[in-house]
Design a protein around this ligand. Sequence first.
Ligand code: 5CA
Ligand code: ZN
Length: 413
Amino acid sequence: MRSWSAPEVPALPVTGPEVSLHDTATGGRVTITPKDGPARLYVCGITPYDATHLGHAATYVGFDLLNRAWRSAGHEVRYVQNVTDVDDPLLERAAKVKVDWVELAERETELFRQDMQALRVLPPDHYAGAVESIPLVVEMIQALEAAGAVYSVDGDLYQSATADPAFGEESGYDRETMLRLFGERGGDPDRAGKRDPLDPVVWLAERPGEPSWPSPFGPGRPGWHVECAAIAREHLGAAFEVQGGGSDLVFPHHEMCAGHAQVVEPGARFAQVYSHAGMVGYDGEKMSKSRGNLVFVSALRNSDIDPMAIRLALLRHHFRADWEWTDAELFDAVDELGRWRRAVALGAGAPAAPVVTEVLAALADDLDAPRAVAAVTAWVDATLGTDGLADTSDPDAATAVLAVVDAALGVLL
Ligand code: 5CA
Ligand code: ZN
């Protein structure tokens, strides 16, 4: 489906370092050095039944930093994102508010595009909806069948989770934790007839009143995990650099995606690194559509908040940290953005080269945006003379700082 328009990314005079990321699967640090081709990134997209909240925005801005850091390091990037435009929560919400599910998905996806564009998130090269990807899903299920990993429960198709010898390695969770999270996050551990409670559904046979598509397995619709596995495989290949998403996707979603892909392609590790953004909370709980404790990006934009201030507020937290949104965070970011703009408006300023180096180094270091922001703030303090005399010794400072803040942090001053 249609993506959104790309903001300009200014060229920088220096090349950034190679990016290293924390890998959920190993718990260690991995320096990613793509060779002979683009750096490949898959980030799990929205289920479009409600507007983009600040938790979603934090996750997509987080992985936008990776896209930008790779580009700064001289890599071409291939970025893929999905839209889960048919799934239980979308159908349930559409029924509840008495809106056609297609209309609801299209409306919320369009709003998401506008929010991402306003936040200057670089668009994916392939923006793939679940519905338009059904042929890919069917192909993947056939490959899973050919591997002997699929069985039916009353017409619904399941994959044996343990058909992948590496099952469990992505999350590293014990079975008890897996069973609990599977039940909490869309799985059906208690369904009678399953060979293993943890087996994920890959094809749901048609239910009365629900949409369905023809397939060799009868009319139905895709399971959730096989959707991302099939889309990633189509556009990025059997093995790629990074799969990203919020930490609520560590299990079962990313474990099952890896499982599907690794059964189809034995021996290949689906993603080299599994990277997970922290959960943003509000009013003491994880911000979530089902809890309803949401702050929408579009609502802030409609109340004339500069999207760059929203972006800066998000960047002041490490993407992997869990944190709590407060209005004060936003007002602080509005003030800080104003100071940054006053400093670059001067033209000359404190020496810019060390700031450029530090911003790129911070982002290459597991996307440490707070450290990058601190470097810019220190330059702004020195330039404005917050702590004494203003330093305007570098006549071209503003141009260099504007460029790195735009290219690496995505903030347009
Ligand atoms: N469509 C699936 C992924 S294939 C999905 O999880 N959709 S979602 O709309 O629920 O979430 C979209 C993205 O935002 C996911 O990466 C999810 O992990 C992330 N996310 C959801 N809630 C939060 C939150 N409170 N804080 C940070 N990220 C969040
Ligand atoms: Zn996904």
